[in-house]
Design a protein around this ligand. Structure first.
Ligand SMILES: C[S@@+](CC[C@H](N)C(=O)[O-])C[C@H]1O[C@@H](n2cnc3c(N)ncnc32)[C@H](O)[C@@H]1O
Length: 242
């Protein structure tokens, strides 16, 4: 299973919070960021746009969502229309962000940077942030031994970084005040709890999804990976300043 196949699956399923901790984690983290009306926020790898819409609706920020997957962006457009929220949607690559330097006060990334085989995306976050702008990145991390071939198969990355390695990646791109807002074991129970507490009212599952070739294989592989390595997997939320 390539990460590309995995993202196709998420897009078909219309998944709104395809990141560790689910929507509950987004809500909790965003409440710590001092968001306010007029702030320019970029959701990098926004998927179907649930977090981006929430930031615009809840905090009145001027939000842009960018994602490389056209179906994700189509579903994000639909979500925003259905919830009467104004967000700018852009189909583009986080490794080559289609925005001028110093455009945003805050960049949010939720389970996106981990799929980059290199660190280019972090350099791009830095480039598009205004001076003293901030990044908040919520990602999977390793808390134990996970075979590299498994990580490559699922995430297309050579390695799942530990919390310390994630922080060093940000430091190496000149970010300062790099801190961990969260650093804990991954909990399937918590993710399930989030889905119960925060059901997604604008999830659009593609018709005929069950006929997609390889769908069940992709689902099964991902499920088996998470179940087998649950004790070795964690989530980190990093906040850092440019
Ligand atoms: C695991 S999903 C997370 C989506 C969303 N942030 C969320 O939490 O629901 C990863 C997202 O990253 C997007 N993505 C992967 N590589 C990308 C790239 N190079 N540029 C832009 N988006 C990318 C995928 O299309 C997918 O929507």
């Amino acid at each position: 299973m390539s990460s590309h196949r995995y993202h196709d699956l998420l897009a078909l399923l219309g998944e709104g919070s395809a990141h560790p901790g689910g929507f509950a984690m987004s809500v909790a983290l965003l409440s710590r960021l001092g968001l306010h009306a007029g702030m320019r926020v970029l959701d990098a790898g926004c998927g179907t746009g649930r977090t981006a819409c929430y930031i615009a609706q809840q905090y009145g920020c001027s939000v842009t969502g960018v994602d490389a997957h056209p179906m994700m962006i189509r579903k994000a457009v639909k979500r925003a229309r259905r919830s009467s929220v104004s967000v700018q949607w852009v189909c583009g690559n986080v490794r080559e962000l289609p925005f001028p330097a110093e455009s945003f006060d805050l960049v949010i990334a939720e389970s996106v940077t981990v799929f980059m085989p290199d660190n280019e995306a972090i350099g791009e976050y830095a480039r598009v942030l205004k001076p003293r702008g901030r990044i908040m990145d919520l990602e999977l991390c390793a808390r134990g031994m996970i075979p590299e071939e498994q990580v490559r198969l699922i995430y297309g990355a050579a390695k799942l970084p530990s919390a310390e390695e994630w922080m060093n990646r940000y430091r190496s791109y000149g970010f300062s005040r790099v801190k961990l807002l969260r650093n804990r074991r991954l909990s399937m129970r918590q993710t399930l709890r989030s889905e119960i507490d925060y059901p997604d009212p604008h999830r659009f599952v593609s018709k005929g999804i069950h006929k997609q070739p390889g769908l069940t294989d992709t689902l099964a592989l991902n499920g088996m990976f998470l179940a087998e390595y649950e004790t070795c997997l964690g989530l980190v939320a990093i906040e850092a300043r440019k």
